[in-house]
Design a protein around this ligand. Structure first.
Ligand code: MF3
Ligand code: CO
Length: 254
């Protein structure tokens, strides 16, 4: 028995388009506030305001007890950083992850930015994560296998000399934040379930500057590299298409 991956009808895809657009707009509003001196709880406040404008709810607040609407993960933090009094500094690598629920449908999106400085190594880390997301998205087409999509993430990241985080995965998304299948950021081409038009996937490469494993902080959430190397995390909610993928959380940033 393989996994059973929900296929959305055209009407359901319209709902997913709406939740995806809302998620992208909330994330854009938060990213617009990222600057040196800003605290991460100010970003949480920006998310609260933007969610209200969208008439949407956070998909994260209260999820397994998570205490905030967004995740803000800085430098060696990979994912699931909790907003708080920390002030962003110039040169920080800041990942913001935003999940929303609109009319019962979920959207999930994340971007990583380098704050107020030209730091080639940090930019390269972020660009490689974005390239891995783009390469994986190009595989979200009817008839491809899930392993094809996972493998191109790993290949893109490792060819650049970085490593993928293996302890956390992307996921199907729709009526719930996490549906089947799990989407590891590594895999083998030609393996796994066949992708069908109407499947909706949250693809989320997590890229580690070095080869280090990750650990969870005593707060029970913040995931960070064990060796202090930096990480980038980008995510889109994507619909598998007949001939091309459709990005449902497009921020208009390429
Ligand atoms: N994008 C992440 C995920 O899909 C964010 C989850 S944060 C949580 O799991 F708080 F909701 F757990
Ligand atoms: Co996700």
């Amino acid at each position: 028995m393989g996994v059973s991956i929900p296929i959305k009808t055209d009407a359901e895809l319209d709902q997913m388009r709406a939740s995806g657009r809302a998620a992208a707009r909330v994330l854009a509003a938060v990213l617009a506030r990222v600057a040196p001196g800003v605290t991460t709880e100010e970003l949480e406040e920006a998310a609260r305001e933007a969610l209200e404008r969208e008439g949407a709810q956070s998909a994260f607040l209260g999820y397994r007890g998570y205490p905030a609407r967004i995740c803000v993960s800085i430098n060696d933090e990979v994912v699931h950083g909790i907003p708080g009094p920390r002030r962003i500094e110039a040169g920080d690598v800041v990942s913001v992850d935003c999940g929303v629920i609109l009319n019962g449908w979920y959207g999930d999106v994340a971007r990583t930015v380098v704050v107020g400085s030209v730091e080639p190594d940090a930019w390269r880390l972020v660009s490689v994560a974005e390239a891995a997301l783009a390469a994986a998205t190009a595989q979200a087409v009817e008839g491809r296998r899930l392993g094809d999509l996972c493998a191109v993430i790993q290949q893109t990241v490792e060819a650049a000399g970085f490593s993928v985080v293996r302890d956390f995965v992307g996921h199907g998304i729709g009526r719930a934040l996490h549906e089947e299948p799990q989407i590891p950021n590594f895999g083998k081409p030609g393996t796994g379930p066949v992708l069908r038009a109407g499947m909706t996937l949250a693809i989320e490469p997590m890229v580690n500057e070095r080869g280090s494993p990750v650990q969870v902080d005593p707060d029970g959430w913040t995931v960070r590299t064990c060796d202090g190397g930096r990480a980038a995390h980008v995510e889109n909610t994507v619909a598998v298409g007949r001939t091309a993928a459709e990005v449902l959380t497009d921020l208009g940033d390429g």
